[in-house]
Design a protein around this ligand. Structure first.
Ligand code: UGY
Ligand code: MN
Length: 240
């Protein structure tokens, strides 16, 4: 049913809140039996692309634009002959020709960006991981806010992808304003996100893009933990 033109989605110069009622699906080049909800891309002001890929059984992704990170939300993917289920993830170096296909209907977060190499540092290889095996660490000593760092803390990686889990009532301890940009998908629970000078109620399924220097803060509400997957550019001099 239409909502008479109402939505929680908002796009401003320094942030985007995209809620599921406004998602538009279209295949990207090379996709077969799969479609993409492009949450953010260069056209929206970001230096990376993030989309949710929705697969039919046997569906496939097309070739990557730069390096690629995949995190399984639902169903089962086949990557290089290995099974990936929810919470499993993989990193693909630029130009990787590894095929990503679906063993069942599935959904996955896909992040792609050009690679910024560093003199004397070798680019990373393919990497696979399971979120449940990554140690959770409290953010700034707050046990109510646990961070899992999915990619290795190594200068070869020019971006980070983390999950952050907030117990009900937990919040960021400060309003952050930083040069890095974020792509964020709310995986479960919800709360209030401050973006710039606006405060938004957010819930599972919502996507947020935060531009560099976008003032940001989150507080978890409700009776269950709030959890999100968050991308940031990382480990590189801002001068490029
Ligand atoms: O890593 C971060 O910058 C993270 N704390 N930001 C956020 O959750 N908005
Ligand atoms: Mn931040």
């Amino acid at each position: 049913m239409h909502e008479l033109g109402h939505t929680r989605s908002v796009h401003r110069a320094d942030h985007l809140l995209q809620t599921p009622d406004t998602f538009v699906r279209a295949p990207l080049p090379g996709m077969q039996g799969a479609t993409a909800i492009v949450h953010i891309a260069r056209a929206g002001g970001a230096a990376f692309t993030q989309y949710t890929a929705e697969f039919e059984q046997n569906g496939k992704l097309g070739p990557p634009a730069g390096q690629r990170f995949v995190y399984v939300l639902d169903g089962e993917l086949d990557i290089d002959g290995r099974s990936f289920t929810p919470g499993d993830y993989a990193y693909f170096p630029p130009e990787s020709d590894v095929v990503i296909s679906a063993k069942s209907a599935a959904r996955a977060v896909v992040i792609e960006k050009p690679y910024f190499d560093l003199i004397d540092v070798e680019a990373p290889d393919f990497l696979a991981g399971q979120e449940s095996r990554v140690e959770a660490k409290p953010l700034m000593g707050d046990d109510g806010l646990q961070v899992r760092t999915l990619l290795p803390d190594h200068p070869a990686f020019d971006f980070a992808v983390n999950t952050m889990t907030y117990q009900p009532g937990a919040s960021l301890s400060m309003v952050e304003i930083h040069v890095m940009e974020h792509g964020m998908l709310m995986l479960s629970g919800g709360g209030i996100y401050r973006l710039g000078d606006h405060w938004y109620p957010v819930t599972a399924g919502d996507f947020i893009w935060m531009a560099p220097y976008c003032p940001q803060w989150f507080g978890a509400l409700g009776k269950t933990p709030a959890k999100y997957l968050i991308y940031k550019d990382w480990n590189r001099h801002p001068q490029g």
